[in-house]
Write a protein that binds this ligand. Structure first.
Ligand code: NG1
Length: 474
């Protein structure tokens, strides 16, 4: 399709000229292994999402860009099926045979992201476990962890690229992004495909509008003379703890909302429609306007939050059937119904309005209309707070301080429940913005003093960057 990001072959490999001083991670690996032959360095970026939160797994678009913060792995090819990776950021070493990728470490272990990538290629038939080769390396990263900037997906993508390289394979980037998105779900979150796609196919100085089912990626220009600044709320949103259940709960709520909307449409039109995700219910696909779809949702979802028994009754299914089809996670476990029931209506309202905001924000970026982009970011934040209920006190304080300090738009980015905000700031105000947020949020509100080394990790402008690539050092 015209304007789409070109489908590439991955991994992209660049040869480093002999005599070029090696990257520090490459140097360290050579020292540790006492090896001066061929070494590879894979770098996979994290991302910020400008608008389009929790739309990806619903089949609606997102609008992120890859940032200039990455996970890097320096590695050599193994001549057997061992994968061995040591974190130099203090997370320890993990070593397993390719085939053991099917048995995860305990929940929350960072090694599960390496195993997830490897397992994905095995289960989807790209690499044959019996003949697979591994790699041995060290890794490091500068993407804040559990902060909504996709450090986990960057690790999945970097591990996946190293595994493809170790097996001498190349593949189409779109297919690869799909495999890695499905793979990451082995780590326990029923996530969508935004993070892996943008980490793999990010484009320098450009945002990407990504559509799903099927995956389509279009570049969207960023604004001149404006910059996106990341501020970490310092609330860890670890997806291995309560944020995991909160995230998966919303995935289940959206699936239930889609089932209810399908029942409402069938009742209204008398026609059985093939629709599974909320993204299947838009004016183009259904022939009903957003307002009509909202009215149908209001009616069938009345009284939300609702227990499964009421939802089952309204859609004409048994509770058991509903549990099996809508509440079962990738690992086969069943999501346990929350005491207060499932909040279907608010989730629908967020997702349907956020989908429209993605289109409007992409248009505003194309027109260079910073004020409109900022307004849409603020609306998105309100919807994330009020209807998706993924904000927290610290994120509320941080976004209002950021707006007081001159951000044109400020919102949480990523899964929420803590983590970072993304802020649109005019370049000429950047230093005063950073100074004021540092004082008002970090010093006055949190009581933390940020020296320049700390600040670099917590409060920083970011630049849209290219996706994952491998450098070969001979
Ligand atoms: P982060 O913030 O990286 O955990 C998660 C999901 C995305 C998307 C966003 C919310 C994963 C790996 N990532 O991102 O797919 O749903 O939340 O927009 O599950």
């Amino acid at each position: 399709m015209a304007g789409d990001v070109n489908i590439m072959v991955v991994p992209l490999v660049f040869d480093i000229e002999p005599g070029t001083p090696p990257d520090s991670l490459v140097r360290l690996l050579r020292q540790r292994l006492g090896h001066d032959g061929e070494v590879y360095l894979v770098a996979a970026p994290g991302r910020v999402n400008i608008v389009g939160e929790h739309t990806d797994y619903n089949g609606f678009p997102v609008l992120p860009f890859a940032i200039d913060r990455e996970i890097r792995i320096a590695f050599v090819l193994s001549d057997d099926e061992t994968i061995e990776l040591t974190s130099i950021d203090g997370y320890g070493a993990r070593s397993f045979q390719v085939d053991e990728s099917r048995s995860p470490y305990t929940q929350g272990d960072w090694g599960n992201y390496i195993k997830a990538a490897v397992r994905g290629f095995l289960e989807e038939g790209v690499i044959d476990a019996g003949r697979a080769r591994g790699f041995k390396g060290i890794c490091a990263g500068d993407i804040p962890v559990s902060a909504g900037l996709s450090s986990s997906s960057a690790l999945v993508v970097a591990s996946g690229m190293a595994f493809l390289k170790a097996n001498g394979l190349e593949m189409d980037s779109m297919a690869c992004a799909g495999i890695l998105a499905r793979s990451e779900r082995y780590a326990g979150i029923e996530g969508g495909g935004m993070d892996q796609a943008v980490s793999l196919m990010g484009k320098r100085d450009t945002a990407l509008k990504i559509d799903f089912f099927p995956l389509r990626i279009r570049p969207v220009p960023l604004l001149d003379e404006h910059v996106f600044v990341v501020c970490n709320s310092m609330v860890q949103a670890s997806k291995t703890a309560s944020a995991r259940a909160s995230y998966n709960r919303r995935v289940v709520e959206c699936r239930l909302a889609a089932t209810m909307l399908r029942a409402a449409l069938v009742k209204r039109t008398g026609v059985l429609i093939d629709a599974d995700r909320l993204g299947d219910f838009n004016p183009e696909k259904t022939g009903f306007s957003w307002e009509e779809l909202e009215r149908m949702a209001d009616e069938i979802m009345r009284g939300s939050p609702l227990p499964l028994s009421v939802i089952a009754d309204r859609v004409g299914m048994s509770v058991d059937d509903l549990v099996e089809k809508r509440c079962t996670l990738r690992d086969g476990s069943v999501f346990i119904q929350p005491e207060e029931g499932y909040e279907v209506r608010k989730r629908f309202l967020h997702v349907a309005s956020e989908a429209r905001r993605v289109e409007e924000t992409a248009d505003a970026l194309r027109c260079g209309d910073a004020v409109a982009v900022g307004r849409l970011m603020n609306r998105s934040h309100e919807s994330c707070r009020d209807n998706y209920e993924i904000s927290c006190d610290e994120l509320e304080t941080l976004t209002s301080i950021a707006r007081e300090c001159g951000a044109i738009g400020s919102r949480l980015t990523g899964a929420g429940f803590g983590g970072c905000t993304v802020n649109l700031v005019e370049s000429s105000f950047l230093s005063s913005f950073m100074r004021n947020v540092k004082e008002k949020y970090y010093e006055d509100y949190l009581g933390i003093i940020l020296d320049s080394e700390k600040q670099e990790k917590i409060l920083f402008p970011c630049r849209a960057s290219d996706g994952a690539r491998i450098y070969r050092y001979r």
